[in-house]
Design a protein around this ligand. Sequence first.
Ligand code: BGC
Length: 469
Amino acid sequence: MPADLRAGQRGYHHPVSDSDFPAFPAGFAWGVATAAYQIEGAVTEDGRGESVWDTFCRRPGAIRDGQTGDVADDHYHRWPEDVALMAALGIGAYRFSLAWPRIQPTGSGAVNAAGLDFYDRLVDNLIANGISPMPTLFHWDLPQPLEDAGGWLSRDTPYRFAEFASLAANRLADRIPLWITLNEPFVVTTLGYALGVHAPGRTMMLGALPAAHHQLLGHGLAMAALRAAGVRQVAIANNYSPAWAGSDSPADAGAAAAYDALHNRLYTDPLLLGRYPDLAAFGDGGAVGLDCVRDGDMETISAPIDALGVNYYAPTLLSAPQDGTALPFHIQPIPGYPVTAFSNPVVPAGLTELLTTLAARYGSQLPPVYITENGCSFADDPDAAGQVDDQQRIDYLDGHIRAVADAMAAGVDVRGYLVWSLLDNFEWAEGYHQRFGLVHVDYDTLRRSPKASFGWYRDMIAAQRHGSS
Ligand code: BGC
Protein backbone atom coordinates (compact mmCIF):
# COMPACT_ATOMS: atom_id res chain seq x y z
CA MET A 1 0.00 0.00 0.00
CA PRO A 2 1.53 3.34 -0.96
CA ALA A 3 2.84 5.04 2.16
CA ASP A 4 2.12 8.48 0.72
CA LEU A 5 -1.57 7.64 0.57
CA ARG A 6 -1.64 6.93 4.26
CA ALA A 7 0.17 10.15 4.92
CA GLY A 8 -2.42 11.89 2.75
CA GLN A 9 -5.31 10.86 4.97
CA ARG A 10 -7.20 13.84 6.23
CA GLY A 11 -8.41 14.55 9.68
CA TYR A 12 -12.13 14.02 9.95
CA HIS A 13 -13.71 17.17 11.29
CA HIS A 14 -13.96 19.92 8.74
CA PRO A 15 -16.93 22.22 9.03
CA VAL A 16 -17.90 23.78 5.71
CA SER A 17 -16.98 27.17 7.02
CA ASP A 18 -13.30 26.18 7.19
CA SER A 19 -11.40 28.72 5.19
CA ASP A 20 -9.35 25.91 3.66
CA PHE A 21 -12.40 24.27 2.07
CA PRO A 22 -11.77 24.26 -1.69
CA ALA A 23 -13.74 26.53 -3.99
CA PHE A 24 -15.03 24.78 -7.09
CA PRO A 25 -15.55 26.52 -10.43
CA ALA A 26 -18.88 28.18 -11.17
CA GLY A 27 -21.00 25.70 -13.12
CA PHE A 28 -19.58 22.67 -11.30
CA ALA A 29 -22.54 20.26 -10.97
CA TRP A 30 -23.40 19.24 -7.41
CA GLY A 31 -25.89 16.42 -7.26
CA VAL A 32 -27.21 13.17 -5.86
CA ALA A 33 -27.76 9.77 -7.48
CA THR A 34 -30.30 6.97 -7.18
CA ALA A 35 -31.43 3.96 -9.26
CA ALA A 36 -34.92 2.79 -10.22
CA TYR A 37 -35.04 -0.64 -8.63
CA GLN A 38 -33.48 0.65 -5.43
CA ILE A 39 -36.09 3.35 -4.77
CA GLU A 40 -39.22 3.07 -6.91
CA GLY A 41 -41.16 0.04 -5.64
CA ALA A 42 -44.54 -0.31 -7.40
CA VAL A 43 -43.13 -3.26 -9.30
CA THR A 44 -46.47 -4.46 -10.67
CA GLU A 45 -48.12 -1.09 -11.26
CA ASP A 46 -49.15 0.64 -14.45
CA GLY A 47 -47.96 -2.09 -16.77
CA ARG A 48 -44.38 -2.49 -15.52
CA GLY A 49 -42.87 -5.80 -16.63
CA GLU A 50 -40.69 -8.11 -14.57
CA SER A 51 -36.96 -7.51 -14.21
CA VAL A 52 -34.15 -9.88 -13.31
CA TRP A 53 -34.08 -8.30 -9.86
CA ASP A 54 -37.75 -9.13 -9.22
CA THR A 55 -36.91 -12.73 -10.04
CA PHE A 56 -33.62 -12.84 -8.15
CA CYS A 57 -35.18 -11.41 -4.99
CA ARG A 58 -37.48 -14.44 -4.89
CA ARG A 59 -34.63 -16.90 -4.99
CA PRO A 60 -34.26 -18.33 -1.47
CA GLY A 61 -31.13 -17.03 0.22
CA ALA A 62 -30.27 -14.53 -2.51
CA ILE A 63 -31.05 -11.37 -0.52
CA ARG A 64 -30.35 -10.78 3.15
CA ASP A 65 -33.48 -11.58 5.16
CA GLY A 66 -35.38 -12.34 1.95
CA GLN A 67 -36.00 -8.64 1.33
CA THR A 68 -37.17 -7.34 -2.06
CA GLY A 69 -37.54 -4.08 -3.98
CA ASP A 70 -41.33 -4.49 -4.15
CA VAL A 71 -41.92 -1.33 -2.12
CA ALA A 72 -38.41 0.06 -1.64
CA ASP A 73 -38.78 3.81 -0.93
CA ASP A 74 -42.11 3.95 -2.77
CA HIS A 75 -40.59 6.72 -4.85
CA TYR A 76 -43.00 5.84 -7.66
CA HIS A 77 -45.72 7.44 -5.53
CA ARG A 78 -43.71 9.77 -3.34
CA TRP A 79 -41.54 11.35 -6.02
CA PRO A 80 -42.93 14.89 -5.46
CA GLU A 81 -41.69 14.74 -1.85
CA ASP A 82 -38.32 13.48 -3.08
CA VAL A 83 -37.99 16.26 -5.65
CA ALA A 84 -38.86 18.75 -2.89
CA LEU A 85 -36.03 17.29 -0.80
CA MET A 86 -33.64 17.76 -3.71
CA ALA A 87 -34.80 21.32 -4.19
CA ALA A 88 -34.16 21.99 -0.49
CA LEU A 89 -30.68 20.55 -0.93
CA GLY A 90 -30.01 23.05 -3.69
CA ILE A 91 -28.50 20.53 -6.10
CA GLY A 92 -28.06 21.25 -9.79
CA ALA A 93 -28.11 17.65 -11.09
CA TYR A 94 -30.05 14.49 -10.28
CA ARG A 95 -28.85 11.16 -11.58
CA PHE A 96 -31.60 8.53 -11.61
CA SER A 97 -32.27 5.51 -13.78
CA LEU A 98 -35.07 4.71 -16.20
CA ALA A 99 -36.55 1.29 -15.45
CA TRP A 100 -36.43 -0.53 -18.77
CA PRO A 101 -39.29 -2.90 -17.73
CA ARG A 102 -41.47 0.10 -16.90
CA ILE A 103 -40.99 1.63 -20.34
CA GLN A 104 -40.78 -1.52 -22.46
CA PRO A 105 -42.17 -4.30 -20.25
CA THR A 106 -40.78 -7.31 -22.11
CA GLY A 107 -37.60 -5.65 -23.35
CA SER A 108 -38.76 -5.51 -26.94
CA GLY A 109 -41.78 -4.34 -28.85
CA ALA A 110 -44.38 -1.82 -27.80
CA VAL A 111 -43.79 0.97 -25.34
CA ASN A 112 -45.77 1.20 -22.11
CA ALA A 113 -47.05 4.77 -22.22
CA ALA A 114 -47.65 4.94 -18.46
CA GLY A 115 -43.98 4.14 -17.85
CA LEU A 116 -42.75 6.95 -20.04
CA ASP A 117 -45.34 9.30 -18.55
CA PHE A 118 -43.90 8.70 -15.10
CA TYR A 119 -40.42 9.83 -16.14
CA ASP A 120 -41.83 12.67 -18.22
CA ARG A 121 -43.52 14.14 -15.13
CA LEU A 122 -40.42 13.61 -13.02
CA VAL A 123 -38.22 15.34 -15.59
CA ASP A 124 -40.53 18.34 -15.90
CA ASN A 125 -40.69 18.68 -12.15
CA LEU A 126 -36.93 18.51 -11.76
CA ILE A 127 -36.43 21.19 -14.38
CA ALA A 128 -39.07 23.38 -12.74
CA ASN A 129 -36.94 23.15 -9.59
CA GLY A 130 -33.73 24.10 -11.37
CA ILE A 131 -32.35 20.55 -11.31
CA SER A 132 -30.84 19.06 -14.45
CA PRO A 133 -32.05 15.45 -14.97
CA MET A 134 -29.22 12.98 -15.63
CA PRO A 135 -30.81 9.64 -16.55
CA THR A 136 -29.04 6.28 -16.68
CA LEU A 137 -30.60 3.87 -19.16
CA PHE A 138 -29.45 0.67 -17.49
CA HIS A 139 -28.93 0.34 -13.76
CA TRP A 140 -29.19 -3.45 -13.68
CA ASP A 141 -32.95 -4.09 -14.01
CA LEU A 142 -32.91 -6.07 -17.27
CA PRO A 143 -36.38 -7.19 -18.40
CA GLN A 144 -36.71 -10.86 -17.42
CA PRO A 145 -37.77 -12.04 -20.91
CA LEU A 146 -34.43 -10.78 -22.24
CA GLU A 147 -32.60 -12.71 -19.55
CA ASP A 148 -34.58 -15.79 -20.48
CA ALA A 149 -33.21 -15.35 -24.00
CA GLY A 150 -29.60 -15.21 -22.74
CA GLY A 151 -29.38 -11.76 -21.13
CA TRP A 152 -26.07 -9.97 -21.64
CA LEU A 153 -24.52 -13.23 -22.83
CA SER A 154 -26.62 -12.88 -25.96
CA ARG A 155 -25.58 -10.67 -28.85
CA ASP A 156 -29.20 -9.70 -29.36
CA THR A 157 -29.48 -7.84 -26.02
CA PRO A 158 -27.26 -4.90 -27.11
CA TYR A 159 -29.59 -4.33 -30.06
CA ARG A 160 -32.66 -4.47 -27.81
CA PHE A 161 -30.93 -1.98 -25.52
CA ALA A 162 -30.36 0.45 -28.37
CA GLU A 163 -34.04 0.21 -29.26
CA PHE A 164 -34.99 1.01 -25.67
CA ALA A 165 -32.58 3.97 -25.70
CA SER A 166 -34.29 5.28 -28.77
CA LEU A 167 -37.79 4.98 -27.25
CA ALA A 168 -36.73 6.83 -24.12
CA ALA A 169 -34.83 9.57 -25.95
CA ASN A 170 -37.57 10.19 -28.48
CA ARG A 171 -39.73 11.26 -25.58
CA LEU A 172 -37.23 12.97 -23.27
CA ALA A 173 -34.20 14.14 -25.25
CA ASP A 174 -35.59 17.64 -25.77
CA ARG A 175 -35.23 18.36 -22.03
CA ILE A 176 -32.16 16.39 -21.00
CA PRO A 177 -28.61 17.37 -22.02
CA LEU A 178 -26.52 14.52 -20.58
CA TRP A 179 -27.48 10.83 -20.72
CA ILE A 180 -25.67 7.85 -19.21
CA THR A 181 -25.91 4.50 -20.99
CA LEU A 182 -24.77 1.86 -18.49
CA ASN A 183 -24.09 1.78 -14.79
CA GLU A 184 -21.08 -0.26 -13.72
CA PRO A 185 -20.87 -3.03 -16.32
CA PHE A 186 -18.04 -4.50 -14.18
CA VAL A 187 -20.50 -5.23 -11.39
CA VAL A 188 -23.07 -6.79 -13.71
CA THR A 189 -20.46 -9.07 -15.27
CA THR A 190 -18.71 -9.96 -12.02
CA LEU A 191 -21.43 -10.12 -9.39
CA GLY A 192 -24.27 -11.01 -11.77
CA TYR A 193 -22.77 -13.48 -14.24
CA ALA A 194 -19.42 -14.62 -12.76
CA LEU A 195 -20.10 -14.96 -9.02
CA GLY A 196 -23.90 -15.08 -8.80
CA VAL A 197 -24.36 -12.73 -5.84
CA HIS A 198 -26.42 -10.28 -7.93
CA ALA A 199 -29.11 -10.92 -10.53
CA PRO A 200 -29.26 -12.90 -12.71
CA GLY A 201 -27.33 -15.11 -10.28
CA ARG A 202 -25.12 -17.01 -12.69
CA THR A 203 -21.81 -18.50 -11.57
CA MET A 204 -19.77 -18.67 -14.75
CA MET A 205 -16.49 -17.21 -13.49
CA LEU A 206 -14.40 -16.16 -16.52
CA GLY A 207 -17.06 -17.60 -18.80
CA ALA A 208 -18.99 -14.42 -17.95
CA LEU A 209 -16.74 -12.20 -20.08
CA PRO A 210 -19.10 -12.09 -23.08
CA ALA A 211 -21.45 -10.16 -20.77
CA ALA A 212 -18.75 -7.48 -20.56
CA HIS A 213 -18.39 -7.23 -24.32
CA HIS A 214 -22.12 -7.24 -24.98
CA GLN A 215 -22.73 -4.49 -22.43
CA LEU A 216 -20.02 -2.37 -24.04
CA LEU A 217 -21.48 -3.07 -27.46
CA GLY A 218 -24.88 -2.10 -26.04
CA HIS A 219 -23.33 1.16 -24.83
CA GLY A 220 -22.02 1.93 -28.32
CA LEU A 221 -25.24 1.06 -30.08
CA ALA A 222 -27.34 2.95 -27.53
CA MET A 223 -25.08 5.99 -27.89
CA ALA A 224 -25.72 6.04 -31.64
CA ALA A 225 -29.46 5.72 -30.99
CA LEU A 226 -29.38 8.56 -28.47
CA ARG A 227 -27.53 10.83 -30.86
CA ALA A 228 -29.99 10.00 -33.63
CA ALA A 229 -32.78 11.10 -31.26
CA GLY A 230 -31.07 14.46 -30.66
CA VAL A 231 -29.18 13.81 -27.41
CA ARG A 232 -26.23 16.16 -27.14
CA GLN A 233 -24.03 14.50 -24.53
CA VAL A 234 -23.56 10.81 -23.78
CA ALA A 235 -21.58 9.22 -20.95
CA ILE A 236 -21.16 5.85 -19.26
CA ALA A 237 -20.75 5.32 -15.51
CA ASN A 238 -17.98 2.91 -14.56
CA ASN A 239 -16.89 2.02 -11.08
CA TYR A 240 -13.17 2.14 -10.51
CA SER A 241 -10.97 0.86 -7.77
CA PRO A 242 -7.27 1.71 -7.55
CA ALA A 243 -5.47 -1.65 -7.50
CA TRP A 244 -2.84 -1.60 -4.76
CA ALA A 245 -0.11 -4.22 -4.64
CA GLY A 246 0.30 -5.71 -1.16
CA SER A 247 4.10 -5.46 -1.36
CA ASP A 248 6.92 -4.52 -3.70
CA SER A 249 7.31 -8.13 -4.85
CA PRO A 250 6.92 -8.79 -8.58
CA ALA A 251 4.26 -11.42 -7.77
CA ASP A 252 2.10 -8.89 -5.91
CA ALA A 253 2.68 -6.26 -8.60
CA GLY A 254 1.52 -8.79 -11.21
CA ALA A 255 -1.57 -9.56 -9.15
CA ALA A 256 -2.44 -5.85 -8.91
CA ALA A 257 -1.92 -5.39 -12.66
CA ALA A 258 -4.20 -8.37 -13.40
CA TYR A 259 -6.92 -7.03 -11.15
CA ASP A 260 -6.54 -3.55 -12.64
CA ALA A 261 -7.06 -5.05 -16.11
CA LEU A 262 -10.17 -6.96 -15.03
CA HIS A 263 -11.83 -4.23 -12.98
CA ASN A 264 -10.68 -0.93 -14.43
CA ARG A 265 -9.18 -1.30 -17.89
CA LEU A 266 -11.62 -3.87 -19.29
CA TYR A 267 -14.44 -1.32 -19.30
CA THR A 268 -12.43 1.75 -20.29
CA ASP A 269 -9.66 0.77 -22.72
CA PRO A 270 -12.26 -0.35 -25.32
CA LEU A 271 -14.12 2.97 -24.97
CA LEU A 272 -11.12 5.29 -25.06
CA LEU A 273 -8.44 3.25 -26.84
CA GLY A 274 -10.58 0.97 -29.02
CA ARG A 275 -9.05 -2.27 -27.72
CA TYR A 276 -9.25 -4.69 -24.81
CA PRO A 277 -6.46 -4.72 -22.22
CA ASP A 278 -3.96 -7.54 -22.01
CA LEU A 279 -5.72 -10.40 -20.23
CA ALA A 280 -2.87 -12.91 -20.63
CA ALA A 281 -2.68 -13.37 -16.86
CA PHE A 282 -6.11 -14.99 -17.03
CA GLY A 283 -4.88 -17.79 -19.32
CA ASP A 284 -6.09 -18.95 -22.68
CA GLY A 285 -3.49 -16.72 -24.34
CA GLY A 286 -5.43 -13.68 -23.11
CA ALA A 287 -8.38 -14.55 -25.35
CA VAL A 288 -10.58 -15.57 -22.39
CA GLY A 289 -14.24 -15.25 -23.28
CA LEU A 290 -13.72 -12.48 -25.79
CA ASP A 291 -13.98 -14.58 -28.93
CA CYS A 292 -17.48 -13.09 -29.23
CA VAL A 293 -15.96 -9.82 -30.56
CA ARG A 294 -16.94 -9.30 -34.20
CA ASP A 295 -15.60 -7.03 -36.90
CA GLY A 296 -16.76 -3.47 -36.36
CA ASP A 297 -17.63 -3.92 -32.67
CA MET A 298 -14.61 -2.02 -31.38
CA GLU A 299 -15.38 0.92 -33.67
CA THR A 300 -18.94 1.03 -32.32
CA ILE A 301 -17.72 0.83 -28.74
CA SER A 302 -15.00 3.46 -29.11
CA ALA A 303 -17.12 6.16 -30.75
CA PRO A 304 -16.32 9.31 -28.74
CA ILE A 305 -18.16 9.88 -25.46
CA ASP A 306 -18.74 13.37 -24.12
CA ALA A 307 -18.07 12.57 -20.48
CA LEU A 308 -16.92 9.69 -18.31
CA GLY A 309 -18.92 8.87 -15.20
CA VAL A 310 -16.68 7.74 -12.35
CA ASN A 311 -18.14 5.85 -9.39
CA TYR A 312 -15.68 5.50 -6.52
CA TYR A 313 -16.00 3.72 -3.22
CA ALA A 314 -12.59 2.28 -2.23
CA PRO A 315 -9.28 0.88 -3.49
CA THR A 316 -8.56 -2.87 -3.60
CA LEU A 317 -5.45 -4.49 -2.09
CA LEU A 318 -4.05 -7.43 -4.04
CA SER A 319 -1.48 -10.09 -3.46
CA ALA A 320 -0.28 -13.07 -5.46
CA PRO A 321 -2.85 -15.86 -5.81
CA GLN A 322 -3.00 -18.45 -3.09
CA ASP A 323 -2.92 -22.14 -3.89
CA GLY A 324 -5.98 -23.53 -5.56
CA THR A 325 -7.48 -20.30 -6.89
CA ALA A 326 -8.29 -19.95 -10.57
CA LEU A 327 -7.72 -16.20 -10.57
CA PRO A 328 -4.32 -14.50 -10.87
CA PHE A 329 -4.79 -12.40 -7.71
CA HIS A 330 -5.93 -12.58 -4.12
CA ILE A 331 -7.98 -9.75 -2.58
CA GLN A 332 -6.93 -8.72 0.92
CA PRO A 333 -8.53 -6.47 3.51
CA ILE A 334 -6.98 -2.99 3.67
CA PRO A 335 -5.80 -2.27 7.21
CA GLY A 336 -5.32 1.13 8.82
CA TYR A 337 -8.36 3.09 7.67
CA PRO A 338 -11.77 3.74 9.14
CA VAL A 339 -14.38 1.42 7.60
CA THR A 340 -18.03 1.89 6.63
CA ALA A 341 -20.85 -0.44 7.66
CA PHE A 342 -20.23 -2.24 4.35
CA SER A 343 -16.62 -2.81 5.47
CA ASN A 344 -15.26 -0.47 2.81
CA PRO A 345 -12.10 1.32 3.94
CA VAL A 346 -12.53 5.10 3.85
CA VAL A 347 -9.69 6.30 1.59
CA PRO A 348 -10.39 9.76 0.16
CA ALA A 349 -6.91 10.02 -1.36
CA GLY A 350 -7.77 6.93 -3.42
CA LEU A 351 -10.16 9.13 -5.40
CA THR A 352 -7.39 11.60 -6.21
CA GLU A 353 -5.15 8.70 -7.17
CA LEU A 354 -7.88 7.23 -9.38
CA LEU A 355 -8.56 10.49 -11.21
CA THR A 356 -4.92 11.35 -11.80
CA THR A 357 -4.28 7.77 -12.96
CA LEU A 358 -7.13 7.99 -15.48
CA ALA A 359 -5.73 11.29 -16.78
CA ALA A 360 -2.21 9.87 -17.07
CA ARG A 361 -3.41 6.63 -18.64
CA TYR A 362 -5.75 8.04 -21.26
CA GLY A 363 -4.29 11.52 -21.82
CA SER A 364 -6.20 13.50 -24.42
CA GLN A 365 -8.59 10.57 -24.93
CA LEU A 366 -10.07 11.14 -21.47
CA PRO A 367 -13.21 13.28 -21.74
CA PRO A 368 -14.43 15.50 -18.90
CA VAL A 369 -15.24 13.48 -15.79
CA TYR A 370 -18.28 13.48 -13.50
CA ILE A 371 -18.09 11.71 -10.17
CA THR A 372 -21.41 9.96 -10.74
CA GLU A 373 -21.37 8.09 -7.41
CA ASN A 374 -19.52 8.44 -4.15
CA GLY A 375 -20.88 7.72 -0.71
CA CYS A 376 -20.94 5.44 2.31
CA SER A 377 -23.22 3.33 4.46
CA PHE A 378 -23.37 3.59 8.21
CA ALA A 379 -25.78 2.30 10.85
CA ASP A 380 -27.72 5.55 10.90
CA ASP A 381 -30.13 5.11 13.78
CA PRO A 382 -32.30 8.08 14.68
CA ASP A 383 -31.92 9.39 18.24
CA ALA A 384 -34.83 9.89 20.63
CA ALA A 385 -35.75 13.11 18.82
CA GLY A 386 -35.74 11.31 15.47
CA GLN A 387 -32.49 12.97 14.32
CA VAL A 388 -29.65 11.13 12.60
CA ASP A 389 -26.33 12.71 13.48
CA ASP A 390 -24.21 11.02 10.81
CA GLN A 391 -20.94 12.79 11.47
CA GLN A 392 -19.08 9.91 9.84
CA ARG A 393 -20.84 10.56 6.53
CA ILE A 394 -20.03 14.27 6.78
CA ASP A 395 -16.40 13.35 7.33
CA TYR A 396 -16.53 10.99 4.38
CA LEU A 397 -18.04 13.55 2.01
CA ASP A 398 -15.73 16.28 3.22
CA GLY A 399 -12.67 14.11 2.59
CA HIS A 400 -13.78 12.92 -0.84
CA ILE A 401 -14.83 16.35 -2.09
CA ARG A 402 -11.41 17.67 -1.07
CA ALA A 403 -9.88 14.71 -2.90
CA VAL A 404 -11.73 15.77 -6.07
CA ALA A 405 -10.39 19.30 -5.64
CA ASP A 406 -6.86 17.86 -5.30
CA ALA A 407 -7.27 16.00 -8.59
CA MET A 408 -8.57 19.14 -10.29
CA ALA A 409 -5.60 21.11 -8.96
CA ALA A 410 -3.43 18.42 -10.57
CA GLY A 411 -5.11 19.11 -13.91
CA VAL A 412 -7.98 16.59 -14.12
CA ASP A 413 -11.09 18.03 -15.78
CA VAL A 414 -13.88 17.17 -13.31
CA ARG A 415 -17.25 18.77 -13.96
CA GLY A 416 -19.49 17.43 -11.21
CA TYR A 417 -19.87 15.37 -8.04
CA LEU A 418 -22.98 13.34 -7.16
CA VAL A 419 -23.50 11.71 -3.77
CA TRP A 420 -24.71 8.15 -3.57
CA SER A 421 -27.43 8.45 -2.44
CA LEU A 422 -30.32 10.83 -1.85
CA LEU A 423 -32.26 8.28 0.18
CA ASP A 424 -31.53 5.12 2.14
CA ASN A 425 -32.63 2.43 -0.30
CA PHE A 426 -32.60 -1.20 -1.40
CA GLU A 427 -28.91 -2.13 -1.42
CA TRP A 428 -29.13 -5.17 -3.74
CA ALA A 429 -28.05 -8.42 -2.05
CA GLU A 430 -27.81 -6.56 1.27
CA GLY A 431 -31.49 -5.62 1.17
CA TYR A 432 -32.24 -2.65 3.41
CA HIS A 433 -29.29 -3.30 5.71
CA GLN A 434 -26.92 -0.69 4.26
CA ARG A 435 -28.03 2.92 4.60
CA PHE A 436 -26.32 5.21 2.06
CA GLY A 437 -28.77 8.13 2.13
CA LEU A 438 -28.46 11.79 3.00
CA VAL A 439 -32.09 11.21 3.97
CA HIS A 440 -33.10 8.49 6.42
CA VAL A 441 -36.03 6.31 5.39
CA ASP A 442 -38.13 4.52 8.00
CA TYR A 443 -39.09 1.37 6.13
CA ASP A 444 -42.22 0.82 8.25
CA THR A 445 -43.73 4.24 7.60
CA LEU A 446 -41.64 5.35 4.57
CA ARG A 447 -41.14 8.61 6.38
CA ARG A 448 -38.15 10.59 5.09
CA SER A 449 -35.93 12.44 7.61
CA PRO A 450 -32.93 14.43 6.42
CA LYS A 451 -29.77 13.41 8.27
CA ALA A 452 -27.13 15.86 9.51
CA SER A 453 -25.16 15.16 6.31
CA PHE A 454 -28.07 16.54 4.28
CA GLY A 455 -27.66 19.88 6.04
CA TRP A 456 -23.89 19.75 5.61
CA TYR A 457 -24.16 19.09 1.86
CA ARG A 458 -26.85 21.77 1.45
CA ASP A 459 -24.67 24.33 3.24
CA MET A 460 -21.58 23.32 1.26
CA ILE A 461 -23.44 23.78 -2.04
CA ALA A 462 -24.82 27.13 -0.90
CA ALA A 463 -21.35 28.26 0.18
CA GLN A 464 -19.93 27.29 -3.22
CA ARG A 465 -22.63 29.23 -4.99
CA HIS A 466 -22.09 32.21 -2.75
CA GLY A 467 -18.32 32.04 -3.25
CA SER A 468 -18.58 31.87 -7.03
CA SER A 469 -21.16 34.61 -7.49
C1 BGC B 1 -24.11 0.97 -7.43
C2 BGC B 1 -25.27 1.36 -6.55
C3 BGC B 1 -25.02 0.85 -5.14
C4 BGC B 1 -23.77 1.52 -4.62
C5 BGC B 1 -23.43 1.20 -3.17
C6 BGC B 1 -22.76 1.08 -6.78
O1 BGC B 1 -22.04 -0.06 -7.08
O2 BGC B 1 -24.17 1.64 -8.66
O3 BGC B 1 -26.43 0.85 -7.11
O4 BGC B 1 -26.11 1.05 -4.31
O5 BGC B 1 -22.68 1.14 -5.41
O6 BGC B 1 -23.07 -0.12 -3.00
